[in-house]
Ligand binder design. Structure first.
Ligand code: TXA
Ligand code: MG
Length: 356
């Protein structure tokens, strides 16, 4: 029998994450602000999902974000701002934008607007586009960070490209524990909304919904009138290179949607919604049928069911109204056939190491 030789201590640092984790506090926000100003990378909570932030004017720091996520550089980042005033320094903040900001900022609404010529935002953050996506988050930790950093912060969701967005700090740790580049994670607990922001493109004549999200389409339309629905009801396929169709928000096992509980197949676990669900092998997004509660639970429960030994996940129908649109959008993307994403994942990996 061989003895268990301990790993040589000088090898250990390579295997450890190089980030620090701090509980949310004023002190943590100050430190995080310093890290951002000095060109580092901070994962922080927003009310939607955790973001992976860097100084939006710092090309090197932004490069590190694309690298650690494995995100193609043609996919632009959302620029997080403190408020309308900071936003208006970098984009043409027209009347429609002002009306929407008044109604929904700070909050889960991202607006794509024309870039100002003198905006100090790196073209890397915006993939060279003449528009910038801006959002003022409502989470107090995110707000404190933005104040301390004193610069707009570019932040995609803090997951590896293609996997489910993180709604607790632990998700972020699991995704990046073996990767270099992330300096600090601020743990602010679970995200209240749980799905990403709604993205509205206001750069053209007619407003277009690019991604359903935390703010309901119906509520936006009350403020600026009817929206056009972007291709696929969502996320800017137009800035995605041809032939690069990818599964988004996907767990590493198969996921079927609009499945009635009695249609569940052998070996599948069930993601339910509402009362009168079976109790066996299932999680319930909201036993009372509350769509906001379901959104807040969605990604955590998808991750929880992404387990070895489970053949797949099936999800019951979710009402397609209010934040239910965002839930259905994310579920549809998670359920995209693997053939469209370049074949099945090579191995089961609930923390998202799969390349898709
Ligand atoms: O809730 C959220 O929006 C979270 C939190 C962290 O704020 N962020 C987020 O970022 O979901 P990300 O990178 O995962 O998704 C941003 C989406 C991408 O699909 C990107 O293509 C799109 O926004 N986007 C960014 N800038 C754009 C632009 N100028 N025009 C069109 N789409 C844009
Ligand atoms: Mg994302």
């Amino acid at each position: 029998m061989t003895t268990n030789t301990p790993k040589s201590p000088d090898k250990l640092p390579d295997e450890l994450p190089d980030f620090k984790v701090l509980e949310a506090s004023d002190l943590a926000a100050r430190e995080a602000g310093r890290v951002i100003r000095e060109g580092g990378m901070v994962a922080f909570p927003t009310e939607t999902v955790y973001g992976l932030g860097a100084d939006a004017s710092n090309e090197t720091a932004l490069g590190a974000i694309f690298k650690i996520k494995g995100r193609p550089q043609f996919n632009p980042l959302i620029i997080h701002v403190e408020d309308e005033v900071q936003a208006a320094r970098i984009v043409e903040f027209d009347e429609r934008a002002q009306a929407l900001a008044l109604a929904f900022w700070p909050g889960a609404l991202t607006m794509v607007l024309k870039r100002k010529a003198d905006a100090n935002i790196s073209p890397l953050a915006t993939a060279g586009l003449d528009t910038i996506a801006v959002r003022a988050p409502a989470n107090t930790v995110a707000q404190a960070l933005l104040r301390e950093a004193a610069t707009p912060i570019a932040a995609p969701s803090a997951n590896r490209s293609g996997y489910i967005s993180p709604t607790i700090a632990l998700h972020v740790m699991m995704q990046f524990k073996d990767r270099q580049g992330l300096n600090l994670i601020i743990d602010g607990g679970p995200c209240a909304v749980g799905v990403e922001s709604t993205i509205v493109d206001l750069s053209g004549k007619d407003p277009v919904l690019l991604r359903p999200g935390g703010v309901a389409l119906e509520d936006i339309e009350k403020v600026i009138g009817a929206l056009q629905i972007g291709k696929n009801g969502g996320e800017n396929e137009n800035v995605t290179a041809p032939g690069q169709l990818k599964t988004h928000y996907a767990p590493s096992i198969a996921l079927r949607i609009n499945v009635k509980p009695e249609e569940r197949e052998r070996g599948e676990s069930l993601l339910g919604f509402g009362p009168d669900m079976p109790r066996r092998a299932m999680l319930n997004l909201s036993p009372t049928g509350d769509l906001s509660e379901a959104a807040a639970n969605l990604f955590t429960m998808m991750r929880a069911l992404d387990m070895p030994g489970i053949r797949g996940i099936c999800v019951v129908p979710i009402p397609n109204e209010g934040i239910g649109r965002a839930i259905n959008d994310r579920l549809r993307r998670a359920a995209t056939p693997r053939s469209a994403a370049g074949g099945p994942p090579k191995f089961h990996d609930p923390i998202g190491n799969i390349e898709i």
